[in-house]
Ligand binder design. Structure first.
Ligand SMILES: [Zn+2]
Length: 165
């Protein structure tokens, strides 16, 4: 069985790094089968390459896992993701009936778990799940800050070049 007994958050981090290399915002996710100790699916953010604003790592990994197991619910698996999911992904997580969510860095601006609409603690949310935030937080967060710092530097050098011409 591939990826057996591997830390699912490290698989998600690996996917985030790969996304960064594709010039995507570095967020990665993995779906883990606790009972059998293996990764069911893994994916990184792919919004730019697919020209799809909904192609967040969580959505892609849920789709892949559902396809693999041939079901529309993932009631026996856990989702690991490097960044606090946005409200759209929180809804997808509840539609997939995932019983456990583990995330890395907190997202004070775009997150929907501990921030913003706090989807899972909303009275209209009928899905209860176990949530663990801040796992490998520093590493997951640094991937994002490094990415955006690099973008800013590239942006300022592009501007400098424009001023020269
Ligand atoms: Zn999302």
């Amino acid at each position: 069985m591939p990826y057996k007994n591997i830390n699912p958050m490290l698989v998600a981090i690996d996917e985030a790094e790969k996304a960064g290399l594709r010039d995507e915002v570095p967020v990665g996710a993995a779906i883990y089968d606790h009972e059998h100790g293996h990764i069911v699916a893994k994916a990184g953010n792919n919004v730019r390459s697919l020209n799809d604003p909904t192609a967040h790592a969580e959505i892609l990994v849920i789709r892949e896992a559902c396809k693999k197991i041939g079901q529309s619910r993932l009631a026996f698996f856990s989702l690991y993701v490097t960044l606090e999911p946005c409200p759209m992904c929180c809804q997808a997580i509840s539609f997939a009936r995932l019983p456990k969510l583990v995330f890395g860095a907190y997202d004070t601006k775009g997150g929907g778990v501990e921030h913003g609409p706090k989807i899972f603690s909303h009275p209209t949310s009928h899905h209860y799940l176990e949530i663990l935030g801040g796992i490998e937080e520093q590493r997951c967060g640094e991937l994002l800050t490094d990415f955006f710092n690099k973008k800013r530097q590239e942006g300022s050098s592009v501007k400098k070049n424009l001023n020269k011409s």
